[in-house]
Design a protein around this ligand. Structure first.
Ligand SMILES: Cc1cc2nc3c(=O)[nH]c(=O)nc-3n(C[C@H](O)[C@H](O)[C@H](O)COP(=O)(O)O)c2cc1C
Length: 364
C-alpha cells in the first residue's frame, strides 16, 4: 500500500462498530428486487463489495412497513417475510465475506406519485401533503397517522437487528419523508411536528428514539441528512453553523451514533470563512463520528445519469488524515466497480475506469 492512501486504510471503531478501514459503500437505489424481494443477484452484488474490502456497506434505500413507502415494484422492501428473508441472506453473505452491512430505512413521502406501484391505491403521504415543488396533492396526515409512520421505522429497526444487520441507517436526506418534515417548504404543520427548525426535527427525533428503544443502546444508528433536495440542489436547512447546531442537537440527544452528511462534492466548504465541509462542521458541532460523501474518485458531480472521469484521491486522503471526517462513502465508483477499494489500496489506479451511465443497468 502506498503511503498516500494510508489514512483511508486505518481501522475505525465506535461502540459496537469496528471497521477495517474508512470506506463506506454509499446507499444506492438499484431497482433489482422484483416484488420488493432482494434475490440472489442482490445477495451477490453486496457480497462482492464485502469480498473486495469495502469497510461498511449501506444498502440501497429499502421501504419501511407503510403502503406508500416506496415508488416502484422493484425497490426492495424491509417488511414481509419474503423480503426480510432475502435481506437475511444478504447479511449472511456479507458477513461470510468478512464485511459489515446496515440497511438504509426509507420512506419516500411526497416524492411518490399517485398510482405508483407496489400499492397503486396508496396515496402519497408527507407532512403537509405538499410535493417538493409546492403542489398540494393529498391531505396532511393526522397526528396519529404520523405516529404510525414513526412506529413503522421502529419495527424496521427491530427487524434489522433480529436478522443480523450491524446497525441501521435512517434516510433523512434528499427531500424524502424525514427531510420533508425538516424543510420549511414541505412542512406547514401546526401540531408538535411543525414550527421552527427545531420543531421540524420532532418527527426525526421520535423516529430515532423509537428505533433506539427497539435496538438498545449498543446497536449503531446512523442518520443521513443533506441540505440539498432531489428537486433543488441549492436548498438549505441550515444557513449558518449556529443553525446547523440547532438542527443537530435534538438529533444527537435522541440517540444518533454517526451522522452521514450527504453532499455532492466532498471538497466544498459548507459555510463561508472555513474550509470545513458539511461533515466537518457536523463533527465539530456534535463531537460525533461522521461520514462524508460526494464525487470521490470522479470529476463529474452526482447527477444520476451523467458520465464522469476517474480522478486521484489525494484531496480525500489529506482531509481524512486531518480528521475533518471519520469515514468516506463512495457511490458511483463502487457501483460500477466492486473492486474499487482494493484497487486504490493496491495502487492499481490504471485499472479504474470512468463512470458510465450504462453501469446502472447491471449489478456488477
Ligand atoms: C444510482 C444511484 C442511486 C442512489 N440512491 C440513493 C438512495 O437510495 N439513498 C440515498 O441516500 N442516496 C442515494 N444516492 C446518492 C448516493 O448515496 C451518493 O450520495 C451520491 O451518489 C454521491 O456519491 P458519488 O458522487 O460517490 O456517487 C444514489 C446515487 C446513485 C448514483
Amino acid at each position: 500500500m502506498s503511503q498516500s492512501v494510508n489514512p483511508l486504510f486505518q481501522p475505525f471503531k465506535y461502540g459496537a462498530l469496528s471497521l477495517p478501514n474508512r470506506t463506506v459503500m454509499a446507499p444506492m437505489t438499484r431497482g433489482f428486487s422484483p416484488g420488493g424481494v432482494p434475490g440472489q443477484p442482490v445477495v451477490d452484488y453486496y457480497r462482492r463489495r464485502a469480498e473486495n474490502e469495502v469497510g461498511l456497506i449501506v444498502t440501497e434505500g429499502t421501504g419501511i412497513n407503510h403502503p406508500a413507502s416506496v415508488s416502484g415494484d422493484s425497490i426492495p422492501l424491509f417488511h414481509g417475510e419474503k423480503a426480510l428473508e432475502g435481506w437475511a441472506e444478504v447479511v449472511e453473505a456479507v458477513h461470510e465475506a468478512g464485511g459489515k452491512i446496515v440497511p438504509q430505512l426509507w420512506h419516500v413521502g411526497m416524492t411518490r406519485k399517485k398510482g405508483e406501484l407496489p400499492n397503486a391505491e396508496a396515496l402519497p403521504v408527507g407532512p403537509s401533503g405538499l410535493t417538493l415543488t409546492g403542489e398540494q396533492v393529498t391531505e396532511p396526515p393526522t397526528t396519529e397517522e404520523v405516529e404510525q409512520l414513526v412506529a413503522a421505522y421502529a419495527q424496521a429497526a427491530a427487524d434489522a437487528k433480529r436478522i443480523g444487520f450491524d446497525g441501521i441507517e435512517l434516510h433523512g436526506a434528499h427531500g424524502y419523508l424525514i427531510d420533508q418534515f425538516f424543510w420549511e417548504k414541505t412542512n406547514k404543520r401546526t401540531d408538535r411536528y411543525g414550527g421552527n427548525l427545531v420543531g421540524r426535527t420532532q418527527f426525526a427525533v421520535e423516529v430515532i428514539e423509537a428505533c433506539r428503544r427497539e435496538v438498545g443502546p449498543d446497536f449503531p444508528i446512523i442518520f443521513r441528512f443533506s441540505q440539498w433536495k432531489m428537486t433543488d440542489y441549492g436548498a438549505k436547512l441550515a444557513r449558518t453553523p449556529e443553525e446547523l447546531e440547532q438542527f443537530l442537537t435534538p438529533l444527537v440527544e435522541a440517540g444518533v451514533d454517526i451522522f452521514h452528511c450527504s453532499t455532492r462534492r466532498f471538497w466544498e466548504p459548507e459555510f463561508d470563512g472555513s474550509p470545513l465541509n458539511l461533515a466537518g462542521w457536523t463533527k465539530k458541532l456534535t463531537g460525533k463520528p461522521v461520514i462524508s460523501v460526494g464525487s470521490v474518485g470522479l470529476n463529474g458531480e452526482f447527477t444520476r445519469f451523467s458520465e464522469a472521469e476517474a480522478t486521484d484521491i489525494h484531496e480525500l486522503t489529506e482531509r481524512l488524515g486531518d480528521d475533518e471526517f471519520d469515514l468516506i462513502a463512495i457511490g458511483r465508483a463502487v457501483l460500477q466497480d466492486p473492486e474499487w477499494v482494493k484497487k486504490i489500496k493496491e495502487g492499481r489506479t490504471d485499472e479504474i475506469r470512468a463512470f458510465s451511465k450504462e453501469s446502472l443497468q447491471t449489478l456488477y
